[in-house]
Design a protein around this ligand. Structure first.
Ligand SMILES: *[C@@H]1O[C@H](CO)[C@@H](O)[C@H](O)[C@H]1NC(C)=O
Ligand SMILES: *[C@@H]1O[C@H](CO)[C@@H](O)[C@H](O)[C@H]1NC(C)=O
Length: 238
């Protein structure tokens, strides 16, 4: 089984896309009349149930409980693969450490970036107009051809997002302020026992320059997007 995709691999490919998108956005602004709508920032804490379709990226279906907890600097994906009885946890800390574990295995990964900030979509997003998706009237933004984000026009709730890697996520419930008790965030002892702990380093060499702030958000998005696939890889590693 190959190791999980890392930002090391993806980052060099993204820089040209990023620059292209910035010039595209500038061109749009010049010719536009009314300013495009602005994406609603994420609430600082929420719990979402996300139906995930990995068919296009060679995977299956997943049901993910996503707990986003910005004030405490953490994000958790509780991933249930279809017809699997052993859920996978992906606990992401803003200091860059992620723990992927199920009942028998653990993999630790270190990323050079934290979790997504609530306004991650705002900078550099290109508005693509309104679209009817999953039965909802939505605004659609894309960020540097990396993510397509659908937000319900009437409520500002996220409805769906699709990633460059083919992953499609449908938001089934969205509970603002939903938090998970502290004990559930704790990685199990096997993550810390030298013999079993498998540490993969996803540190990127860094892409610096004027767009450094945006690039950090891009890195965080990569971290966010690879989580379900990486967690699947972790489960095969035992
Ligand atoms: C999953 O995605 C594939 C490819 O886009 C699509 O053909 C299929 O209908 C989707 N399955 C579900 C259950 O949404
Ligand atoms: C990051 O925080 C987590 C949770 O407190 C901790 O387990 C981990 O060791 C920290 N990582 C680093 C690199 O300090």
């Amino acid at each position: 089984m190959s190791p999980p995709p890392s930002s090391l691999v993806v980052l060099p490919l993204l820089l040209p896309l990023l620059l292209a998108a910035v010039s595209h956005a500038t061109a749009n602004a010049a010719g536009a009349g009314a300013p495009p709508p602005v994406p609603t920032p994420w609430p600082e804490q929420f719990h979402a149930v996300v139906f995930t379709n990995l068919t296009e990226s060679g995977g299956r279906l997943q049901l993910i409980d996503l707990y986003y907890d910005w004030p405490r600097g953490r994000n958790l994906n509780l991933i249930r693969d279809q017809l699997s009885s052993d859920p996978l946890y992906d606990v992401e800390w803003t200091n860059g450490t992620s723990y992927f574990f199920d009942s028998g295995s653990c993999r630790t990964m270190r990323f050079p970036v934290g979790i997504l900030p609530p306004d991650w979509l705002a900078a550099g997003a290109v508005y693509l107009g309104r679209e009817h998706v999953d039965g909802f009237d939505c605004h659609l933004w894309t960020k540097v051809d990396f993510v397509w984000y659908y937000e319900e026009v009437a409520t500002g709730r996220p409805v769906r997002w699709n990633f460059f890697n083919g992953m499609q996520q449908h938001v089934m419930s969205f509970e603002v302020g939903g938090v998970l008790e502290d004990s559930k965030w704790q990685a199990p002892p096997r993550c810390f026992s030298g013999g079993n702990a498998d540490t993969a380093n996803a540190a990127a060499d860094g892409v610096h320059g004027e767009e450094a702030g945006s690039v950090d958000v891009m890195d965080s998005m990569i971290r966010f997007a690879v989580a379900p696939a990486a967690a699947v890889a972790a489960s095969f590693d035992q």
